[in-house]
Design a binder for this molecule. Sequence first.
Ligand SMILES: [Zn+2]
Ligand SMILES: [Zn+2]
Length: 663
Amino acid sequence: MRVLRVALEVPVAKLFDYLCDASVLAEVGDRVVVPFGSRERVGVVVDAVDGSSVASARLKDVTRVLEGAPRLPADWLEQMRFLAAYYQRPFGETVAGALPPRLRSLKALPKRKPPIEGDPGEPARFVAGPAPNEAQRQAIERIRAAFGSFRTFLLHGITGSGKTEVYLRLIAEVVARRQQALVLVPEIGLTPQLEARFRHAFPQARIAMLHSALEDTARTHAWLDAARGEAQIVLGTRLAVLTPMAKLGLVAVDEEHDPSFKQQEGLRYSARDAAIQRAKLAGCPVVLGSATPSLETWQNARAGRYELLPLPERAVPGAKLPTVRLVDLRNESAEHGLAPSVVEAVRARLAGGEQSLVFINRRGYAPVLACDACGWAAGCSRCSARLVLHSADRRLRCHHCGAEEPVPRACPTCGNVDLRPHGRGTQRIEEALAGIFPEARILRIDRDSARKRGELARTLAGVSRGEGDILVGTQLLAKGHDFPNLTLVCVLNADSALLSTDYRSAERLFATLQQVGGRSGRREQPGEVLVQTRFPGHPMYQALMRHDFAGFAASQLAEREAAGFPPFVFEAALRAEAKRLADTMAFLKAAARLVPVPESVKVYDPVPHVITRRAGYERAQLVVQSHSRPALQAFLAEWNAALPAAAPRGIRWHLDVDPIEFD
Ligand SMILES: [Zn+2]
Ligand SMILES: [Zn+2]
């Protein structure tokens, strides 16, 4: 008796057995419609076996096979199996979550797109950029030598060193070999320049763009192009790593350190780690690129598991890394958040017709609205967090749950009508700069100014053409944009990250500051970065001034090793939330004792989150550590199987393997 095992999108870790009529002819990898309960569902056949533990009289037949998409290949199913097991998610949910919504619905697929114009026999036509320098050439040479086999490379290139040109030249060869290249980037909505660059370099190739902001039909088309092997290049955000590709020949992960490669809900996978796994299954090289690699990756390179390929120079001849200067706030008092030397530096750029960027990683007008008479401060009723004042529409907004309310006329506690904003966000800095430089064109760029789709891309393109004298912005400005006329970057509130309890905050701050600083002086004019700080002696700032990533990483890794943090141990977090903190803590305490803990695994005590209440739920977590990944995995599998039955009603919980967020 031939039985098909079908993965369905249900929150239980099991497969469902079905029979298959000779007229239906379903095979492993097919998307099928099956009866489930009182309705029909779409599933994926993941196995075909002889016999079932279910009585044959109770087995139902597969209704039909869904047409229009290629059969899901064995290596893809293997990847899903690995991800489900590693991240402790039901296989059915993992498979379903990896498919675009249209492919897991009963709706018909869109009609196949006609082939693109031009000669389809020449997709490999490549418009090369400037000739590579010696370091780029060597990197290309090393990676090319690994074509056809699995190997992991770390392309460690300073900002502006021409990593993209290395990818493009390798991709040209992959396409010429009639294979496919997969390129992952952190946030595609922010990198229209990258897409344009790829389309310019490969005018006749089919490029499939894949990211979550795509509307349904476009995403389905891109996915099908990739799966059929028709798209030579797949360019996308983390979810693109879950796309089947028939002829994968190269994987590249740009800005591999970026936290957005880790999914924070559902299947909490790291797209970077999944990309390495993917390359392994496909037997092809994978290139991780970054100016500031994650410490995990850097440690793997130090240990020889990854091959390190340095790009130590800027690609444009004569372009130098910016000079980093610290503005000591203990000697200079900042007015409106801006130190006098920062104001003077901006004034000099204005006079010279060059652009300045003022970076402050906090949007809104002020992070706190308070009453100085009684000490009241506006807080969110659903979160243990302050409300942020937004000046344009006079609203208070919670940046954790999205709640908002009008600014009160008077203090709700004492009636004082003189409520004051404390601290600064982008809007307040914009206002201060407008007061100091009334003649300057000031552009604010943050999530509030770029709400509409495409608006950010338009603004950034304008900045590249020289629009705007002073840019005020958040992290949104930091990533990958090329602003030729920008020669000054001022960083206002970097210190706050150094005071964080998260052991990764120094690593993140270093990466952000390198990235922001790297926006300046990418052409002939030298760039300058000014960092306002009260801790000029901090090793992080000292390393930043020397552009010394290796030194910074070495000191961070030594600290991590001494403290027993990743990458020297492996971690998972069990997070829970309930309406009352006592319930959350009770569940986590019980969970810690639920299954026997082997000696090689350590289960820590549960701890409430720093922002304990969010959207009305009280949150806490406990961390599990081991020096052995297999030991941790074995423990997690047993634990995860026992947890559902142990969770009382009203508790929401999840496991996060290799967690990166602890706030
Ligand atoms: Zn008051
Ligand atoms: Zn809130």
